[in-house]
Write a protein that binds this ligand. Structure first.
Ligand code: 3PG
Length: 214
């Protein structure tokens, strides 16, 4: 199944941020136990590449992507380390074309109509809307989707269990991403069950928002 097909069914992309591969593995297992099988391992720690490699190798039930990918070089490293998709906070042509050449889905961040138009002209039909809550939230997305009719959006930044349904109710939203599913406090205390519960809760919210029968 393509990443897009998986997200059509389960439109949530939790962030995994760790500086220890074993923790990245535990967090990913906890998410998968809760039913979330796509995650974004973010390149925000010195050992992020190792974390991605460990998740790709040791958690077969997880489809890992790489997040916070800032350069074409990092995109190559991510792909070589098992990333099945690549996410960036902004739109960088080098990152996009590197992924396109490797046939790896890439979701660059956009904030303005000009960003979306550049993404459109790079042949993309899914972009990350970041930071969603500050960039205008649901009303902004509605306005943007009215213009860019073929574009699907992945709002990220300020998403939580309280506003997830509002975003997912928009037909233009493919999925929502965020760190609310993997709280630093739960990870620090080794409370992986909390992550599993948050994943389960998010799935219920998503199914309701998308009108899926439970
Ligand atoms: C990201 O990298 O996508 C954002 O930092 C996620 O934002 P959040 O922490 O508000 O979910």
């Amino acid at each position: 199944m393509s990443i897009r097909e998986i997200l059509e069914k389960l439109p949530i992309v939790p962030l995994v941020q760790a500086d220890d591969p074993q923790i990245a593995v535990e967090v990913s297992r906890a998410l998968a136990a809760g039913g979330l099988t796509v995650s974004e391992v973010v390149f925000r720690t010195d050992r992020a590449l190792e974390c991605l490699r460990a998740v790709a190798k040791e958690v077969p039930e997880m489809t890992p992507g790489a997040g916070t990918v800032l350069s074409a070089e990092q995109a190559v490293q991510a792909i070589n380390s098992g990333a099945k998709f690549v996410v960036s906070p902004g739109l960088d042509e080098g990152v996009v074309t590197t992924c396109q050449k490797a046939d790896i889905p890439v979701f660059p961040g956009i904030y303005t109509p000009s960003d979306i138009q550049r993404a459109y002209n790079l042949g993309l039909d899914v972009v990350k809307f970041f930071p969603a809550s500050i960039a205008g939230g649901v009303p902004a997305l509605k306005a943007l989707a009215g213009v860019f009719r073929s574009m699907r959006f992945m709002p990220t930044g300020g998403i939580s269990a309280t506003n997830l349904a509002d975003f997912l109710a928009l037909p233009s939203v493919l999925a929502c991403g965020g760190s609310w599913l993997t709280p630093k406090s739960a990870i620090a205390e080794g409370k992986y069950q909390t992550i599993t519960q948050l994943a389960q809760e998010a799935i219920v919210i998503a199914q309701r928002a998308k009108g899926v029968k439970q």
